[in-house]
Design a protein around this ligand. Sequence first.
Ligand code: HEC
Ligand code: HEC
Ligand code: HEC
Ligand code: HEC
Ligand code: HEC
Ligand code: HEC
Ligand code: HEC
Ligand code: HEC
Ligand code: HEC
Ligand code: HEC
Length: 327
Amino acid sequence: MNLTIQKCRAAAVGLAMLMTAGLSASAFAQAAANADEPVRSRAESGATKPCVECHEGFYGIAKTKHGVKGDARTPAATGKSITGDPADAMCGTCHGDLTEHNKRPRTAGLVPVTFGKKSPAEPQNAACLNCHESGARIHWQGSKHEQTKQSCASCHRVHASKDPVMVSETQASVCFECHQDRRAELQRMSTHPTKTGFFACSSCHAPHGSTTRASLQKNSVNETCYTCHAQLRGPFLWEHRSAQDDCTNCHNPHGTNNAPMLKTRMPYLCQQCHQDSLNHSNTAFGRQSLPGGATAGNAQRVVGNSCVNCHMKVHGSNHPSGARLQR
Ligand code: HEC
Ligand code: HEC
Ligand code: HEC
Ligand code: HEC
Ligand code: HEC
Ligand code: HEC
Ligand code: HEC
Ligand code: HEC
Ligand code: HEC
Ligand code: HEC
């Protein structure tokens, strides 16, 4: 529709020029047919060409939240068109003043803000932070991504109808572009459920930064885990101090080859902290060295040399006699 209006306007300009030059009606028809063509003469005459004629693919942005005219905060609502085509109004809000570029589109370097890896991050991010500094971005300054000069556009695709980083099924693939080691961990045997789309990196991480180590969503590792594993929060009658301290003492939440996401095999996992204990030896993990000696019951319990065969409530116990985390 806008394009039609524009063509009419161009035709009207052409008509005025033709009339002063006293050309024939057929010459006018020819000029009207060429209305989209000669960029240079148009620029010379001071007329402008709607951006859509050269950048059609980028108009999908009108269908995203940035294109909502009814929302007074969006680029669509606040921008002003320099071409006369209302659909172009929003472009300058992020890309800067495009008057010169529109006059001489084929001259490089006339677009004030370009996005992507080849451009410096600061001006790109400033354009976005104009509107997005508050909310989840309050810890952006000083975050690892800011310090290492990542741009908003290194994760976000604002021209796409669906920004992949905002969709939990596709988010991880965006992160993997830079975090290859995480991709490897997520392919291990024991991981969080990745296939369902339930899992997103941002279930645990605040991508724009936070005050916690590794930019976690909550104030600590454990608080982050409790958002879904609330039953492990306690308080317990018998606590296991290491579990209350930090779940990553034993688990790697990205994935391991020891189910369930244990950093090390049994019994070594436990023996990192528990050397020979008062009541039974850990190093020589044999039936004899266990309380009760080589009884039939104990034979069951040394399967896999797993300490949790007996100390089942490794995260803490509420049983009156669960002192050793055994029930
Ligand atoms: C006659 C065609 C034409 C018109 C009209 C035009 N451009 Fe361009 N634009 C180009 C060309 C060619 C480039 C350079 C592409 C390149 O460097 O690869 C460009 C580059 C750009 C870039 C930078 C791309 C980058 O490298 O990041 C932006 C943004 C842009 N144009 C937006 C606009 C907007 C907004 C308008 C309307 C105000 C507009 N253009 C009008 C042809 C045009
Ligand atoms: C003129 C202000 C303005 C500018 C500049 C701006 N945005 Fe937005 N943005 C908005 C508004 C308003 C919304 C809608 C918020 C809402 O619905 O709560 C939005 C929404 C978003 C969303 C959420 C989209 C969704 O589907 O939920 C993302 C992501 C986003 N902006 C990223 C960016 C990035 C990246 C930049 C810079 C390239 C940027 N914005 C520049 C105003 C702006
Ligand atoms: C490391 C990747 C990454 C970078 C860099 C990044 N974002 Fe995001 N952003 C995300 C993810 C993932 C989400 C969706 C999950 C969420 O809401 O936390 C998101 C959500 C958003 C949203 C919509 C939800 C909200 O919080 O309002 C906006 C707006 C946004 N980002 C703006 C920005 C701006 C502005 C920048 C640059 C200063 C930026 N982002 C940089 C990954 C990133
Ligand atoms: C909310 C900010 C924002 C608005 C508004 C916006 N852009 Fe963009 N533009 C970007 C970002 C960010 C990129 C990088 C690619 C992406 O996010 O999809 C980009 C990329 C581009 C590119 C390609 C650059 C390249 O080298 O790949 C062109 C051309 C472009 N935009 C033109 C336009 C036009 C035309 C309009 C108006 C219809 C417009 N943009 C409106 C933020 C914006
Ligand atoms: C364009 C590259 C890039 C992308 C894309 C990217 N990151 Fe990063 N990220 C980095 C760099 C560089 C660092 C700092 C060095 C490091 O820790 O590896 C970092 C650090 C981190 C950290 C550690 C933060 C801290 O405070 O210690 C987390 C967590 C993180 N990224 C998560 C994500 C998530 C989640 C995504 C996807 C939503 C993502 N990253 C996408 C480049 C990227
Ligand atoms: C279940 C929660 C959870 C999920 C989901 C998750 N992480 Fe993490 N991530 C953590 C925790 C906890 C740490 C801190 C580990 C530590 O410090 O020992 C961490 C650390 C990191 C670090 C920093 C490592 C370092 O050495 O500083 C990066 C980068 C990272 N995660 C990227 C990702 C990416 C990318 C995804 C998505 C593919 C993701 N994470 C998904 C919990 C999670
Ligand atoms: C967004 C929700 C969510 C968060 C946050 C979360 N988890 Fe999970 N976790 C799950 C779901 C869902 C499962 C799968 C449960 C199932 O299969 O029954 C799971 C399973 C597990 C398992 C068992 C895996 C197995 O193979 O049985 C461990 C261990 C685990 N999570 C540890 C953690 C740790 C440690 C944290 C914090 C760093 C954490 N989780 C944070 C949702 C979450
Ligand atoms: C001392 C080591 C250790 C610590 C610390 C630890 N876990 Fe575990 N976790 C284990 C072991 C061992 C298993 C396997 C238990 C079994 O096989 O009976 C397990 C199993 C799990 C499971 C799957 C089965 C279940 O019990 O639901 C989840 C989920 C889990 N842990 C989450 C967490 C969370 C969240 C934290 C932090 C609050 C945490 N773990 C801290 C050792 C630990
Ligand atoms: C990161 C170090 C660490 C790891 C790993 C660890 N623990 Fe512990 N554990 C502790 C601490 C600290 C205490 C509390 C000791 C105290 O209060 O004297 C404790 C206490 C215990 C107790 C109770 C002792 C008592 O006197 O009541 C048992 C049983 C136990 N751990 C078993 C395990 C098992 C089984 C594993 C392996 C799944 C394990 N621990 C892994 C640090 C650890
Ligand atoms: C056959 C069952 C069994 C197995 C297997 C087992 N324990 Fe125990 N453990 C016990 C019993 C019973 C006690 C309590 C002894 C008492 O109170 O007199 C105990 C006590 C403990 C204590 C408390 C401190 C102490 O010495 O009283 C720790 C710590 C401990 N075990 C760690 C481990 C570790 C680490 C492993 C794996 C290497 C392990 N246990 C394997 C049965 C077992």
